[in-house]
Design a protein around this ligand. Sequence first.
Ligand SMILES: N[C@@H](CCC(=O)N[C@@H](CS)C(=O)NCC(=O)O)C(=O)O
Length: 206
Amino acid sequence: MPSLKLTYFDSPGRAEPIRVALFMVGLPFEDHRLKFPQYMESKARGDFPLGAVPVLEVDGVKFTQTAAMLRYVARIGGALYPADALAALRVDSALDTFNDTLSHALLPSLFERDPAKKLAMRAEFAAGPMKLVLAYAEGLLAGSDGPFFGGQELSIADLVAALQVLQIRSGTLDGITADMLSPYPRLNALADAYLADERVIAYRSR
Ligand SMILES: N[C@@H](CCC(=O)N[C@@H](CS)C(=O)NCC(=O)O)C(=O)O
């Protein structure tokens, strides 16, 4: 079994789906969480190949890119990724849509300190990229035969999507409210199915 060390901030963000995936497939790993000043020191030292996290070390070798790490965990865990090519395309497309398109569109407003400007940015985000992403993801789910992007079985894309849908639902993002998810019943059902998964329940109750 490889020795695994996952480095990220001490927050869910991009690392949480990787942490959940590692837990679900039973792979032990070092969950290396950095406070922001520690992160800045490490970054200045050149500890991260692309100057960003997450970074996954496999037997001491550093890798970047969240989606690649998730696929690696799925592959060595023999789970969380469909065998069927079309289902895999849906999973990969959903994974990049949430991890890449949605995350990048949300990012600038996370750093905005002026509350009025933040709300204006969130309104643009909700009416623009968020709406496009949610509508596209809802359509992907309509083509699946289960609550998840790959069908009946939970995949790495569902981990990423469920956590982002739950963040929207939580009301913790100023200007973004749970009712914005009302037009997307399949995404709400995906998040519910994620929360009902026994492995997820075990992860959340540690
Ligand atoms: N494409 C990369 C993006 C990584 C990324 O943007 N990481 C952010 C945190 S979520 C980061 O390290 N930001 C701090 C910085 O750029 O210094 C991935 O999917 O892993």
